[in-house]
Write a protein that binds this ligand. Sequence first.
Ligand code: NAP
Length: 341
Amino acid sequence: MKAIGCLHPFPATDLDSLQDVERTIPHPQLRDLLVRVSAVSVNPVDTKIRRSQSTGQNETVPRVLGWDAAGVVESVGPSVSLFRVGDEVYYSGSLSRPGANSEYHLVDERLVAKKPASINMAQAAALPLTAITAYEALFDRLGISPQGESGGAGILIIGGAGGVGSLAIQLAKIAKLYVIATASRHESQTWCRKMGADAVIDHTQSIPDQLKQVHRPIVEYIFNTSQTDQHWQAMCEAIKPQGRICGIVDTTKPVNLNALKRKSATFVWEFMFTRSMYETDDMIEQHHLLTKISKWIDERKIQSTLTETLSPINAANLRSAHAKLESGKMIGKFVLTGWPT
Ligand SMILES: NC(=O)c1ccc[n+]([C@@H]2O[C@H](COP(=O)([O-])OP(=O)(O)OC[C@H]3O[C@@H](n4cnc5c(N)ncnc54)[C@H](OP(=O)(O)O)[C@@H]3O)[C@@H](O)[C@H]2O)c1
């Protein structure tokens, strides 16, 4: 089968950074689904892993990346109970296993859900990783009620137009929060409003000053989808006493946790691969979560965040997608669809 592999930490512009490779079709074991992949999306995790590939002499097998896919179940392992051959599915998968940039891909059924019926494969592939991240951040880590019981409270979403931010804005509106998103360009600001943001401010300017201008000087919740340390001081100023902040990006330098003590404010991490990486007892929650996202998509409560598509799925197009993400200017999601014939 066709696949795209990565062996060296080369820039995305280098023709050898991502290569077309051939692999044997794997066999599903236990709760595995073998999925015939129709479309894949690209996330910053792909570019980060590409850049951190070992250059060691012993590394000879390219690693297959890709943790966002939509496709059709081709065959199932002996313990599978949630899906049947022919089901159209979407999922992110596990960082501990090969990624989905291959014609066929194995994934544990507990991480998978039926694709929303009302959208196509490319639109579906845009969703899983960012939807899981935004859902877990808002509803599991920040403790916001998806039923609207936290309604009226304010949430600041830093990096509102990116893949994660675009879903976070929409989910926060389902929870009836007042959403202030950040974006620095006209087109990313327009996109945040399209996703449902009530107010948009610019993360290249003072966040506390702009919050005062939109009459929400402090907020109950902050979800930072961007640099944790860069925005730390602003978040400590903007969080309401007893409020909660969630981060998803590693700090590059120490942050002063004491700054939150006087306010009894909480800082919590979200890592969407935790459940699959540690095979936690509640790993199946990602199946339930993506099933709920499918329902909300089909009920038109949320929309796909797909903005750019390239076809076919090959190394050249994947290099373009990596380069676009690495520009830091992505709005919504970039998807590759269909295999070369
Ligand atoms: N922990 C986890 O589970 C998890 C899951 C998913 C992603 N992540 C990480 O979260 C980060 C965001 O992921 P993503 O998929 O949303 O990325 P993305 O789609 O590439 O994000 C692009 C957006 O980031 C905004 N941005 C750029 N620099 C910024 C800054 N200094 N402050 C605020 N916003 C900034 C840009 O807005 P403007 O153009 O308007 O400036 C752009 O729209 C990545 O580092 C990714 O690795 C972590």
